[in-house]
Write a new protein. Structure first.
Length: 185
């Protein structure tokens, strides 16, 4: 699945961020840190604006990030995709026909091996690798899984974005408005 050459996935932490995203040409983005009570209206608004938004389920306030919440979100909110660190959430999202992104934190070789095993079990559509500033890790995970990679976390410069893309990342998740502006087509 291609993001039509969209190298940046704006990470939205507030409605102010979403308003800034609406001023860009980006079609895809990620909602973080939303309150459960806002989900329906925020996603309806995003759809009205022709935005395809992922939802980071682990960061929703007032909602447990488990397979029951995932089923509810998939049926009632209908996000474009779900991001989670939890394998049960990824499996349920895939069962419900929603794009699933397995978020992994690679802090050492042991975490890398556990993450690869988790990915084999959950079979996500995408993998989000944190921190995203280590091109070697992006390349290795892409080679071992064959999955499209999002790189996120600690990416602060245009050069770091380009290094991650050159290492095999499909897109970069970032809340940095300067990077949004630089890569907006």
């Amino acid at each position: 699945m291609s993001f039509q050459d969209q190298n940046i996935l704006p990470a939205i932490r507030s409605m102010k961020d979403f308003d800034k995203m609406l001023q860009t040409s980006f079609e895809y983005g990620v909602f973080l840190d939303l309150h459960a009570g806002m989900l329906k209206s925020v996603f309806n608004y995003a759809r009205q604006q022709n935005k395809k938004m992922f939802l980071h389920l682990d960061l929703i306030h007032g909602l447990s990030s488990d397979e029951y919440a995932t089923e509810f979100i998939c049926q009632e909110i209908k996000p474009y995709g779900i991001i989670s660190t939890k394998g049960s959430v990824i499996k349920k999202a895939r069962q419900k026909g929603v794009y699933a992104t397995q978020r992994i934190f690679v802090i050492d070789s042991s975490a890398m091996n556990r993450s690869i095993e988790l990915i084999k079990k959950t079979n996500p559509d995408y993998i989000e690798v944190l921190p995203g500033v280590v091109p070697k890790i992006i390349k290795e995970i892409k080679e071992k899984t064959g999955k499209p990679i999002f790189a996120g976390g600690l990416i602060e410069t245009v050069e770091e974005v380009e290094e991650a893309i050159n290492a095999g990342a499909t897109a970069i998740t970032t809340s940095d408005h300067v990077l949004w502006k630089h890569f907006d087509s």
